[in-house]
Ligand binder design. Structure first.
Ligand code: S3P
Length: 180
């Protein structure tokens, strides 16, 4: 299937990116409900199709295998153009091919959260994210900082730290309306 680069943003898939725990899934579900669109959490899709949670994929097959799956699933979803809301894992944009595909074919929204706000969420997600295992707080801060560069590729930045998921979802709806 051909990439359709000229599609207006409101007709494209919506892609939510951002650091682990920024609220991509919660905001994505609220957004999909508002727009009556399908919601797809890419990590959950991969886990369901592989028959094991992402932590288990990291443990048994390794991060490289997970990243290959991420690229395969996201590429396919991006090119399908089904008007869905896609929540990507926080490391998906590490891959240039994923960044390029999403920017060309989807409307990409960064769920932005400052470190000071994000670190209060760390205890809630620390045990469930393989990338955070065996890391000190300093190493996690360094990871957060290094990831900001890959999140610079987006069409619109959304405040996911100080507003409710509902308000963040509404900000996306409003932005899409303004682009029409
Ligand atoms: C990862 C983020 C996770 C998941 C995997 C790797 C990352 O997704 O894809 O554990 O490298 O940042 P969430 O951002 O939904 O937690």
């Amino acid at each position: 299937m051909q990439a359709q680069q000229s599609k207006p943003y409101h007709e494209r898939n919506i892609v939510l990116i951002g650091f682990m725990g920024a609220g991509k899934t919660t905001i994505g579900k609220a957004l999909a409900a508002k727009l009556s669109r399908e919601f797809i959490d890419v990590d959950e899709l991969i886990a369901a199709e592989q028959g094991m949670p992402v932590t288990e994929i990291f443990r048994t097959l390794g991060e490289g295998a997970f990243r290959r799956m991420e690229k395969e699933y996201i590429s396919e979803l991006c090119l399908q153009q089904r008007g869905a809301v896609l929540s990507l894992g926080g490391g998906a944009f590490l891959q240039e091919e994923i960044r390029d595909l999403c920017m060309a074919n989807a409307a990409v929204f960064l769920m932005d959260i400052p470190w000071e706000q994000w670190k209060t969420r760390l205890p809630l997600i620390r045990d469930s994210r393989p990338i955070l295992q065996n890391k000190t707080d300093e190493e996690i801060k360094a990871l957060y900082d290094s990831r900001q560069a890959i999140y610079e590729r987006h069409h619109c930045k959304v405040d996911a730290g100080s507003q409710t998921p509902e308000a963040a979802a509404q900000a996306i709806v409003d932005w899409l309306e303004e682009q029409k």
